[in-house]
Every structure is written in C-alpha cells, then in structure tokens.
Design a protein around this ligand. Structure first.
Ligand code: PRP
Ligand code: ZN
Length: 299
C-alpha cells in the first residue's frame, strides 16, 4: 500500500466531524465532544484537522456556513451546525439531522426600528428586508403571502435600517443586545434555532456506522444527564408519599434505613430542582437535602 492508499483506508475506519472553528457554537461543540470522551485539549489553534487519540474520530475546524456543504459533499461524515445555517443551506434538513443538541439556542427574527409601529407581517408588503438568510426569509414570506424585497447582506445586517437600505431586518437574535444597541426591536420569530448534529449516514461503511452508534449513545447519555440531577435526603419514612408528589420525576429511589426511624433517599430526578422544591421537601420533614449534577449516564 502506498501512502495515499493507507491514508484512505485509515479514513475508512474513522469518522470525520466538522465543527465551527470560532463563534457561537464553537465552545459548546468542543464541550459536548469532550463529555463524549473526545478530548481535543492539545489542539493548536489554527489546525484544520485534529486527530483524536482515544476515539476513532477526526475533528475538522471550519466556518459554520461551510459545514452543510462539507457534509453533503462527503468531505466530512458529520457536522455540528446551527439549525439556522442548516436551513439556509442545500442539505436536506429532515434527512440529515441526527440529533438536536440543545445548546446554542437563538432565534432568527424580524426586527424593525424601535419607533416604527408594527402590528403584523402584512405591513412589510412591498418593503425591503435586509438579511443573511435569504432562503429562509423568502420561504417564510411566501408561506405567509407577503411580497417584500429581500436585500441580501453578508454581515452587519443590523445597520441596514439606519443606512436607509432596508425597512426591516431578519437576523439571529440571542441576547438581543445587537438589536437594542442599533435601535431595533424584535417583532416576529421566524425560526427557533439550536445546534444540531447532521450527517449523511447512507454513505458510512459498517465500521463507521459502528463508531456513529457509540457516539450517538454517548451524546444521548450526556444530554439525558444534563436534564437530570442526583438527589439525596433524609426523611421520616411516613413522608415518602408526600415527597413523591413534590418530585414526580424521582425514579426508583433507593431507600436506606437510618438509626432513629428515618430513611435516606437517593434517586435520579428527571427534572430541574428549584429552591422552592427543596423548601417544600423540608416542609414535609426532609433534611440534609443534596442536589448533585450528573455528568454522564447510560441507561
Ligand atoms: C449574530 C447576529 C447578530 C448577533 C446577535 O451574529 O448577526 O449580530 O449574533 O446576537 P445578540 O442578540 O446576542 O446580540 P453571529 O455572532 O452569529 O455572527 P455571524 O452571523 O457572523 O456568524
Ligand atoms: Zn457565520
């Protein structure tokens, strides 16, 4: 085998995942991979490809807008990308999404100058809307029977109304700071976005399919764990019923007898545990209540 052949056979036994090099999803993507056992701590900043040593994947660090095309062309097997970017691309959204990942939430929204009255979408009829998401915006307008002219801009969309080149904008909103500091206000949400895992699974060989299966199981484990907490408390045995009604998400608690008639309760809770919940537990007789985050989980 020559070098090219052995590189290609190596490629057949690994998965290549594209993630955003820098920006809104970069940190969340690295963090998710890390929690799946894919640690890229040693990578040097401008390397395009990081080879992971303890799991058969290679990570490609690229511009987010390029990820859908890399996945559809087979340059990468998987990608972590915002739903907003995916919807704007030519990759088939329904077929390519393997998981919604629950981080990098933001929305693609219509915004107008603060002083401008806005009651409904019809007011944008025959007006100009600036955006970097022409495909998603045009689809939305046509679904709602509004004819507006779409001004395509690659960036700095928020300054378009002040420059007089558009009456409204359609852009990503996360904290809302960009809109506020440009004298704009959000009027309609067009798309709720979050990071998604995409892939062209039909192209994978058996070996790569096996790696994907393990990776998906780990990702599911990380996501389930992040919605769950480990709960420990002491309580009189007679309070068990009440405790269950306060925390219906408590799963098969382990109950251990303590000296003095009380029991120790240990359980996974599939829910957020608020201060109010803990105070209600205290009210029915629980004490030493500990709520601990769960890092990983396989069911
Ligand atoms: C988006 C958008 C706004 C900003 C909104 O750009 O274009 O500029 O984020 O966020 P905020 O509501 O928290 O202020 P992004 O950072 O995604 O950069 P990009 O569009 O160049 O990828
Ligand atoms: Zn971008």
């Amino acid at each position: 085998m020559n070098d090219a052949e052995s590189a290609s056979s190596m490629r057949q036994q690994r998965l290549r995942i594209a993630i955003q090099k820098s920006g809104r999803l970069a940190e969340g993507s690295l963090d998710l991979l890390k929690r799946c056992g894919i640690d890229l701590e040693t990578r040097t900043k401008d390397r395009l490809l990081t080879r992971c040593v303890d799991f058969p994947v290679d990570i490609m660090h690229v511009r987010d807008d390029d990820i859908p095309a890399y996945v559809s062309d087979g340059v990468c097997d998987l990608g972590i990308v915002g739903l907003n970017t995916l919807e704007e691309s030519n990759l088939d959204t329904k077929k390519s999404i393997l998981r919604r990942l629950g981080f990098g939430r933001c929305e693609l929204a219509l915004a107008v100058p603060k002083a401008r009255a806005f009651l409904n979408l019809e007011e944008l009829h025959h007006k100009k809307i600036a955006t970097s998401y022409p495909k998603v915006l045009r689809r939305y307008l046509s679904e709602h029977g509004v004819e507006a002219s779409v001004v395509e801009l690659a960036g700095s969309v928020e300054i378009a109304p002040a420059l007089g080149i558009a009456d409204a904008i359609c852009d990503l909103v996360s904290t809302g700071i960009t809109l506020a500091s440009n004298g704009l206000r959000k009027v309609l949400t067009i798309l709720d976005s979050e990071a998604v895992l995409v892939g062209s699974v039909q192209r994978l060989n058996d070996c790569q399919g096996g790696i994907l299966k393990v990776l998906l199981r780990r990702m599911d484990g990380v996501m389930t764990a992040s919605h769950s907490k480990y709960v420990m408390m002491h309580a009189p045995e007679s309070a068990l019923e009440k405790i269950r009604s306060i925390m219906p998400g408590l799963e098969n608690p382990t109950i251990l007898p303590l000296a003095g008639g009380k029991v120790a309760i240990h359980a996974v809770a599939r829910e957020q545990v608020f201060w109010e919940t803990m105070e209600s537990l205290k009210d029915v007789g629980a004490s030493s209540i500990l709520i601990v985050p769960i890092e990983k989980m396989i069911l």
